[in-house]
Design a protein around this ligand. Structure first.
Ligand code: ADP
Ligand code: ZN
Length: 511
């Protein structure tokens, strides 16, 4: 029998293992259960494909998405592996089952819904399995960012096959999610293998959104090479593509609502292009292998730090310098917090925590990379030298006093007015609206100096991000749970001195 090293050359055509691949593969070869946490692009597929070839029997791969399975099968085919899937989209299911029973498959991909069914478990009991790979294993955890109840039902299937090595794989799992995956899938503590998460060639930048169109155009004008702009909605991805394509670079949209033929045409154009921009929803990127993406921009906040890491991780997979730009506004947090109120009550606490971690990242005045890496359980250097805050440390100011004044103004005006009105009250502008509500007679009227008034918006943004202020659908601000500690003087607020506002956005409050 060939050694794993020989198979690496002869079947996969690679010279060396990368990072933790060898550790993971040796564990699987030795029949031990393993959870491999490896960032996107680290080469997770090889970790089960190679043992699938080297070990007797068929590797069962649990995967959440048909599109992912089909991508994997295409690349397995290309290397001469015998791979198939059993999904609603496969017309040849009958034939696949026959090949599986006859031991003619190296890899069989199934979705968790199918894998957990009685019929499938009976089928499995008559076949020799080399391993069970559980891809996107964070889906098993309620703490993960993409919980799927079907993953929870996998345990009986695993326990019915106790001698088959389990290999759970994920790119994104914080400490708690990891612990949960181990428990849920019956993998011992010492089965955890973590690859380094750092992507040193990616330079991180985070900016308040301030005339997005102009900000994106500047980005395009100063950064060559292919780029992805992630938009928060389908509409916005189309609007951004349209606005950007008026410049010199070609820009196309990509989202799940486009006609499939348009979608795959736009994707193909991007993959083969050297300077195109694709304005996409997060539907774009999974399973796309384009190593030379030079920048990834976010037009609004991502879902979580995990999602941000994964989405920005699509930049610079060739190891050459690449950039990540995040443009955020307070209304992104407003919307995200409203959405949290709509999820099942028992998941709200973890969703809030996830959003607070993200707020900490965008609001930070210290090293961005350090925050990301600490989030993934690493112990990074204080400063990376390759993010906005390391390269150009922002001046920070203690904004506790103005924050208290703003919170008091919200309280005194019965917590239903927006930031513009509160700024007028604090500034002592006795305009018609202020007078008509009698707000010129409040104790907070005119208590802010002009320097403080200039900081009301960035302070409001910071307070909204950390859930001290909450905005209703009309922008009316009321207290969130983090308001009290600031008012009582138990918690201080430090903010980065904001860059001067551009002319385009000065008139309007856009976060
Ligand atoms: P992941 O699933 O972790 O995002 P993939 O399994 O898709 O990553 O692998 C990413 C890329 O790295 C693929 O193009 C793959 O062929 C390549 N790759 C994987 N392992 C190696 C290796 N040992 N040497 C060179 N290239 C590798
Ligand atoms: Zn840094």
């Amino acid at each position: 029998m060939s050694t794993v090293q020989e198979l690496l050359h002869s079947v996969f055509g690679f010279d060396h293992f990368r990072g933790v691949q060898q550790d993971v593969i040796e564990r699987v070869m030795a029949g031990r259960h393993t959870l491999a946490v490896m960032p996107t692009g680290a080469g997770k597929s090889l970790c089960y494909q190679l043992p699938a070839v080297a070990r007797e029997g068929t590797a069962l791969v649990i995967s959440p998405l048909i599109a992912l399975m089909h991508d994997q099968i295409r690349s397995a085919d290309a290397m001469g592996l015998r791979a198939a899937s059993l999904t609603s989209a496969d017309a040849d299911r009958e034939q696949t089952v026959q090949r599986f029973k006859a031991g003619e498959l190296d890899l069989l991909y199934v979705a968790p819904e199918r894998a957990t069914g009685e019929a499938f478990r009976r089928l499995i009991s008559r076949v020799n399995l080399s391993l069970i790979a559980i891809d996107e294993a964070h889906c098993v955890s309620e703490w993960g960012h993409d919980f799927r109840p079907d993953y929870r039902q996998l345990r009986p299937l695993l326990d019915e096959n106790p001698d088959v090595p389990r290999l759970a794989l994920t790119a994104t799992a914080d400490k708690r999610t990891r612990a949960d995956i181990l428990t849920q899938l019956g993998i011992p503590q010492d089965g955890l293998v973590i690859a380094g998460f750092d992507r040193p060639n990616i330079r991180y930048h985070v900016r308040p959104r301030d005339g997005l169109n102009a900000q994106l155009k500047t980005l395009l004008a100063t950064h060559s090479g292919p780029g992805i702009v992630y938009a928060p909605s389908r509409d916005k991805s189309e609007r951004i593509a349209e606005q950007l394509s008026s410049g010199e670079r070609r820009a196309l949209a990509y989202h799940a609502g486009l006609d499939p033929s348009v979608r795959s045409r736009n994707q193909a154009a991007f993959v083969s292009s050297e300077d195109m921009v694709i304005a996409a929803t997060v539907a774009f990127g999974m399973g796309i292998d384009k190593p030379d993406v030079r920048f990834v921009a976010h037009a609004g906040i991502p879902k979580s730090i995990e999602a941000y890491y994964q989405e920005t991780g699509r930049a610079g997979r060739d190891g050459e310098p690449a950039e990540a730009w995040l443009f955020w506004g307070a209304e992104d947090f407003v919307r995200a917090r409203m959405r949290i109120e709509e999820v099942e009550p028992n998941r709200r606490a973890s969703e809030r925590e996830r959003l607070n971690a993200l707020a900490g990242f965008v609001e930070a005045s210290g090293c961005r990379r350090a925050i990301l890496l600490r989030h993934f359980g690493e112990d990074p250097a204080e400063s990376c030298g390759n993010c906005d805050n390391c390269l150009d440390p922002p001046k920070t100011i203690d904004a506790t006093e103005i924050a208290r004044k703003l919170l008091s103004a919200a309280f005194r005006t019965e917590m239903r007015f927006g930031v513009g009105h509160l700024a007028d009250v604090l500034a002592g502008n006795d305009n018609e609206k202020v007078r008509s509500f009698g707000h010129d007679r409040l104790s907070v009227f005119g208590i802010a100096s002009s320097e403080e008034v200039a900081l009301v918006r960035p302070v409001a943004r910071a307070l909204i991000a950390r859930d001290a202020l909450r905005a209703d659908a009309y922008g009316g601000l009321s207290f969130g749970p983090a308001a009290k500690p600031i008012l009582k003087g138990e918690q201080e607020l430090t903010i980065a001195v904001p860059p001067p506002r551009s002319r385009a956005s000065r008139k309007r409050y856009d976060g």
